[in-house]
Design a protein around this ligand. Sequence first.
Ligand code: NAD
Length: 255
Amino acid sequence: MIKVGVFGASGRVGKLLLEDLKATADISVSCVYVRNSLDFSIDPSILVTSDMKSFLNASDVIIDFSLPEACETLLEEAIKTPKPLVIGTTGLTPHQLNLLKQASELMPILYATNMSLGIALLNKLVYQASALLKDFDIEIVEMHHKHKKDSPSGTALTLSESAASARNLDIDKVRVSGRDGNVGARTKDEIAVMALRGGDIVGRHTVGFYNDGEFLELNHTATSRNTFSKGAIRAAQWLSQKEAGLYSISNCLEL
Ligand code: NAD
């Protein structure tokens, strides 16, 4: 039985993770990290703690769906008490991403801005389309619920990186995050990544390839957050036996 520590258990994804873990064989929640207290009841056999060391010690693998600052604290503590980490938190700063890379020298870490199979495949397709449709303009639009804090989504940024790397472009130099006013004509290499927010949209990503006379749009829509919680459980099962290193969802899914 794999013992999972859940970080961010009271969040939208975290709550589903607790339910889905209960329904999955050979893996169960051993511990939940809380800042103050839990506002819902939980199986009394699960350790609920605000002590990070106890949290890490009680778990074989940690699944994190929290916020960037919280994820940073988790990484700092895990460097002192290494454990396999499945990180789903998005919006990490360059410093936090460096910390994650540094931590992955001591423990296995799977970092995925999207845990779904469909998005993992979409990343591959975007890479291929970007390389093959050389003259097509690439634009990305993502839509999420009104509570989402980071923008554009981590998934959209990952998709834009796939598109840029297939053309040997540096995404930091070609990404456009808004157009307003007399901005001039579109330049050949720019890749816009635009974010819409509203209602309860779980997540929708469209990567468009536009040319004169035709265009191709690749779209993925998540209709349930269980896609992410179940994907993270599959990742935790896979990661728990791995050596230290930084892994992607594509490694886990063998895509
Ligand atoms: P949420 O706001 O509903 O939940 C955030 C959780 O983090 C809560 O449990 C909160 O208590 C906890 N938290 C906040 N600050 C903390 C701190 N300082 N210490 C400890 N815990 C803290 O958010 P959500 O919608 O569940 O999403 C969580 C994260 O996962 C976001 O970054 C989101 O973008 C990302 N996400 C990733 C995927 C994926 O597949 N990788 C899918 C959906 C969401």
